[in-house]
Design a protein around this ligand. Structure first.
Ligand code: HEC
Ligand code: HEC
Ligand code: HEC
Ligand code: HEC
Length: 304
């Protein structure tokens, strides 16, 4: 996959060197105001490493690596639905640290039409930190030579040294709005069928037409022989700023494309980060794929 922010970060690096030179020559403060918004994960709360990033965030003193808390180039989790995932995940829809999830459908809202699948897919990856049941330094392939542990060090992880106000000494999220916990009935449904009950057709012949007119039409394409689905937010083809829907490969595959955490969120983007140039979309706060100004995230799917 392409990571447009990497190349743009390089460009900004060159640009800010130019700005610095301009500042040195003019000493003028208004030049600094033109500094482009920070781009990429390093400037976000998903930088758990010891390097520069938001002050007071949850971080370790043991490594300045950023990606390692979620990805590894080799030896990734084999049961992971997330790409090259470097953490232990829960099995069979259960939290990694034990217990069970309560899903949205247990509320029994009479308006909910779609089926909620057991917690799984990419949402398991987010919840492997955000449900608070396991240390965030659970890392399968630790930085440096060797250091591979198939279970990532278990529930208490790698025994790294943590600082930050919503994390305990073991590295578990303990408080604050980012701690979703294991009761997901007060969160937007995940593992939920799109279109209030799915799409018309099945498998490779799926039409993209919604069963329920309260939802916007789904885009679909065959990419690398896989049928992929997304909700368009502008630009041609599938973009990072579109909202992806995820299919399961297990017994729940017949449910069709589902809304998961990463449908709305991109865990790498910083606030104000520009999207692909063809869309011009700007990422919102809180790792949203697009800005939620005027509730644009919500109305991308819901016809309201
Ligand atoms: C907090 C966890 C987290 C961190 C840290 C993280 N990622 Fe990811 N990454 C994810 C998740 C979850 C996905 C799957 C998201 C999806 O389905 O779009 C992903 C997907 C990706 C993808 C494929 C999809 C895409 O958006 O292109 C790439 C490439 C990637 N990450 C690279 C990186 C790199 C490089 C770093 C470090 C600079 C990094 N990630 C840090 C969680 C993380
Ligand atoms: C490696 C652990 C880890 C993983 C995996 C992870 N996060 Fe986070 N996330 C954090 C931490 C730590 C914070 C900051 C918590 C705090 O400040 O209390 C955070 C904060 C957030 C925030 C709030 C940002 C803000 O500025 O308030 C959002 C939204 C978020 N994560 C979404 C996600 C989603 C969606 C995924 C999966 C695609 C994900 N995270 C995966 C550790 C993780
Ligand atoms: C349907 C879209 C959608 C889905 C699905 C979704 N989120 Fe969010 N999430 C949002 C929006 C929008 C916000 C911003 C709310 C705000 O501004 O307070 C948000 C905020 C958050 C926050 C920050 C909480 C706060 O108010 O500071 C965290 C953490 C988070 N999401 C994690 C997750 C995780 C983990 C999942 C999957 C279990 C998930 N989200 C699924 C749309 C979604
Ligand atoms: C990626 C698509 C998507 C996005 C974005 C999205 N939703 Fe949803 N939402 C759904 C689906 C699918 C359902 C399940 C509806 C059903 O089956 O009846 C749902 C359910 C809901 C429900 C519960 C309905 C019920 O009957 O209990 C509410 C409320 C809701 N969404 C509000 C929001 C808000 C507010 C936002 C923006 C923060 C948002 N949604 C963003 C797809 C989305």
């Amino acid at each position: 996959m392409k990571m447009p922010w990497l190349s743009s970060r390089t460009r900004w690096g060159a640009a800010s060197a130019g700005l610095l030179a301009a500042l040195l020559f003019t000493g003028s403060a208004h030049v600094a105001a033109q500094t482009p918004p920070p781009v990429g994960i390093a400037t976000t709360k998903h930088n758990l490493g010891s390097g520069a990033g938001p002050a007071g965030r949850n971080q370790v003193s043991d490594t300045a690596e950023i990606c390692v808390f979620c990805h590894t180039p080799h030896g990734a989790s084999t049961d992971a639905p997330a790409p090259l995932w470097n953490k232990r995940l829960g099995t069979a829809g259960a939290p990694a640290g034990g217990g069970s999830y309560t899903t949205y459908d247990t509320l029994q809202t009479p308006s909910l039409d779609g089926t909620v699948a057991p917690v799984g897919s990419i949402s398991m990856a987010c919840l492997s930190c955000h449900d608070g049941t396991q240390a965030m330094d659970n890392i399968i392939n630790a930085p440096g030579s060797g250091g591979v542990l198939a279970d990532g060090g278990g529930v208490d992880g790698r025994s790294y040294t943590w600082s930050g106000s919503t994390v305990n000494a073991a590295g578990r999220l303990t408080s604050g709005p980012a701690l979703l916990g294991t009761d997901l009935s007060n969160d937007h449904p995940i593992g939920i069928q799109y279109c209030g009950g799915g799409l018309s057709g099945a498998g490779a012949t799926v039409s993209g037409a919604c069963k329920d007119g309260d939802f916007r039409t789904v885009q679909t394409a065959l990419i690398n022989s896989n049928q992929v689905f997304w909700v368009d937010t502008g630009g041609a083809g599938k973009q990072r700023t579109d909202l992806p829907l995820y299919v399961r490969t297990d017994a729940n595959s017949s449910l069709g494309p589902l809304v998961e955490c990463a449908s709305c969120h991109d865990p790498h983007v910083s606030t104000g980060q520009a999207g692909p140039t063809t869309t011009g979309q700007v990422a919102g706060e809180t790792f949203l794929r697009i800005s939620n100004a005027s509730s644009a995230v919500c109305t991308a799917c819901h016809v309201k």
